[in-house]
Every structure is written in structure tokens, then in C-alpha cells.
Design a protein around this ligand. Structure first.
Ligand SMILES: [Zn+2]
Ligand SMILES: [Zn+2]
Length: 348
């Protein structure tokens, strides 16, 4: 089969690789759509833990082959890939904290992923979906679940006011979940006007561009003593620091942006956090018990009833074969984009 393989830091190729044959207990998914995640780009630009590796974890397809011992009813079913492969036995898995598993794998990061014609999976890593959903939309269930999980971690309640820092793909998913779950006011910040326009279309009530105004002052004008919930999705240290003065005392901040590891925060951050008795919560992936969690089922419901808009956040579609040039362009900051969908079938 053809696949897109990360060969080394900054080196990605489209080439022929062995087609997976499912082992006993495994299934094979014929990939119909896979979207590019910011983490895939990071693995390409900054380098990764292992090579060669087929990237890609936001994906959907059709189950086309089953290994020994797998129920035949799976054949032909449409499914989303659940990329986390927890051990299900360690202390954290027992608690249902799967993303803290002591011994996990991850499709497209620690084992071969979905930038390919086929991917090999276990039953637990397939989320069977209704056939009427488009594969492109199903591929984006995973990033939606991360946003939904952030709101669960932030204990979001209907009627609350929220600030979303960063209107990239996760930020735009968060905006939608805030709208779906009944936020009173959704305020979104981003330095790109295009991102803010999309955020408004998806449910933001107010948008603020920090490259044009003093962000903290502007947000304080809008929320007074602070928002109930602040969601950080930029991964920029200065933005992280600014979360405190815009969150109300006893409010909550949830972090999902990956911060640069060579930077640090002044301890005044902790001082201010303590004085305002703010809860700071980390978010890593999207899982809860029972695996993969309510985030997944709720996303399906939102896709079926039309409340989750995926179409608006898809900016580009390409055949899988073009992935190397697309990564090169993104790495060189020559392609502004929202979600990019790759389609393996168009390569034939
Ligand atoms: Zn992702
Ligand atoms: Zn485990």
C-alpha cells in the first residue's frame, strides 16, 4: 500500500510499504479520510521519538478485513480511529484515567498511523459510526473530543462565561462545544483575523485580536472580574501568563496548548493564582471511563443533529500523495490553514 512515512526530523516521504494483515483479534480499516493534527506537524518539524513511522491519528474509514476471533459483523462498518491504546490493566487505567496509562501506545505516534491506505487496529480502537456521516467529519471526531474533554475538566456549566485563547482547530472546537452546552458568553482571541471570523461563525459572541489591542484590558472590559472558565489553546507562554487576570476568583483555567519546553514562567503566576484561588487544570487527550468516554458519544450525537459544524473548519483537501509537499509548506509557514483533510483514494 501507499503511505506517508516520517523518516527523520523534517523528512517525510510518500512511498510503498507492506499492507497490514490483521493478526488474531485485530481488524483492518481502509482509510477514507485523515486530517492533519498540529501534533503531526510538530513531529515533523521538531523530530520524533521513533523512525520510520506512518503519522496520522484523526481518521475514518471502512473495516475491510478481520483477524481470527473477531466478530464478522464488523466487516463493512464505518468507523473512526480511537488513537490511544491504553494497557487497561495499570493503576491509572483501572481508575479510568487512560491518558495517564503507564504503558500506552498511540496510533500515529508510537505505532503506525493513518496517513496510509490501511491501518491495523484492535477492536477497542475503533469507534463504529452511522453510515450517513461523512468520512471527513468522522475523521474529526478525535479533535472534537479533546475540546469536549477540556470543558468536562473545567466543570463547565450552562450559563457560564468563557474565554477561549486561540482559534486554531482545537479552539474552534471548544467554541462549538461552549455554544452547544449553553455558554452565556463566548469570547475568543487570536492574532489572525481569519480565525476570528470563523470563530464568530461557529458561535463566538465577541472576538479580540491581541495584535491590535491590549488583550487583558480589552477582556477585562468585557468580563469585569474575569470569566468563569478560561481555555488556553495557543501554547504561547505570554498568553498562559495572561490567563490569571482574565479569570474570576475561584474560576477555572484549562490548559491544552503545548508550551515551548525551553521557556519558564515567573513565580508571580503562582502568587496570583493563589490570591485568586483559581483552579488550573491540565488536559491531555480526551479519554474517560468507560473507554473511550462520553466525549466520543456526545460528538457523534452533535454530528448527527447538526450542531457540530466540521465543514466550516476544513480549509483544504488534498490527495494523500501530496502530504510531503504540504508538510514542507506548513513547516516553512507558507500555508495558512485550518483543518487539512487527506484522502488516500484520490491517489490511485
Ligand atoms: Zn490530534
Ligand atoms: Zn494502563
Amino acid at each position: 500500500m501507499k503511505a506517508v512515512v516520517l523518516e527523520n526530523k523534517g523528512v517525510i516521504t510518500y512511498k510503498e510499504v507492506p499492507t497490514p494483515e490483521p493478526a488474531p483479534g485485530h481488524l483492518r480499516l481502509k482509510i477514507k479520510a485523515v486530517s492533519i493534527c498540529g501534533s503531526d506537524i510538530k513531529r515533523y518539524v521538531d523530530g520524533h521519538r521513533m523512525y520510520p513511522l506512518i503519522l496520522g491519528h484523526e481518521s475514518a474509514g471502512v473495516i475491510d478485513l478481520i483477524g481470527e476471533g473477531v466478530n464478522k459483523d464488523y466487516l463493512g462498518k464505518h468507523a473512526a480511529v480511537i488513537p490511544l491504546v491504553p494497557c487497561f490493566v495499570c493503576e491509572q487505567c483501572q481508575r479510568g484515567f487512560y491518558s495517564a496509562c503507564h504503558n500506552y501506545s498511540f496510533i500515529g505516534s508510537r505505532q503506525d498511523g493513518c496517513y496510509a491506505e490501511y491501518v491495523d487496529l484492535t477492536e477497542k480502537n475503533l469507534f463504529v459510526v452511522p453510515e450517513k456521516l461523512s468520512f471527513e467529519h468522522v475523521a474529526m471526531i478525535e479533535p472534537s473530543t479533546v475540546a469536549r474533554h477540556m470543558l468536562a475538566l473545567g466543570d463547565f456549566k450552562r450559563g457560564e462565561t468563557a474565554i477561549v485563547l486561540g482559534a486554531g482547530s482545537i479552539g474552534l472546537m471548544i467554541v462549538q462545544w461552549l455554544r452547544i452546552l449553553g455558554a452565556e458568553k463566548i469570547i475568543v482571541t487570536d492574532i489572525l483575523e481569519d480565525n476570528l471570523k470563523i470563530a464568530s461563525k461557529l458561535g463566538a459572541n465577541v472576538t479580540v485580536n491581541p495584535s491590535k489591542v491590549d488583550m487583558v484590558k480589552e477582556l477585562q472590559k468585557l468580563v469585569g472580574d474575569g470569566a468563569d472558565l478560561t481555555l488556553e489553546a495557543t501554547g504561547v507562554p505570554q498568553v498562559l501568563e495572561q490567563t490569571l487576570p482574565i479569570t474570576r476568583p475561584r474560576g477555572t483555567i484549562v490548559l491544552a496548548g503545548n508550551q515551548p519546553l525551553d521557556k519558564s514562567l515567573p513565580l508571580t503566576f503562582i502568587e496570583n493564582l493563589m490570591r485568586r484561588e483559581i483552579s488550573l487544570k491540565g488536559c491531555f487527550m480526551s479519554y474517560s471511563a468507560p473507554f473511550p468516554g462520553h466525549e466520543w458519544a456526545e460528538t457523534i450525537d452533535a454530528l448527527l443533529n447538526g450542531s457540530l459544524d466540521i465543514e466550516t473548519i476544513i480549509s483544504h483537501r488534498y490527495p494523500l500523495s501530496q502530504a510531503p509537499e504540504i508538510f514542507e509548506k506548513i513547516g516553512a509557514h507558507q500555508l495558512t490553514h485550518q483543518k487539512i483533510v487527506l484522502n488516500p483514494e484520490e491517489t490511485v
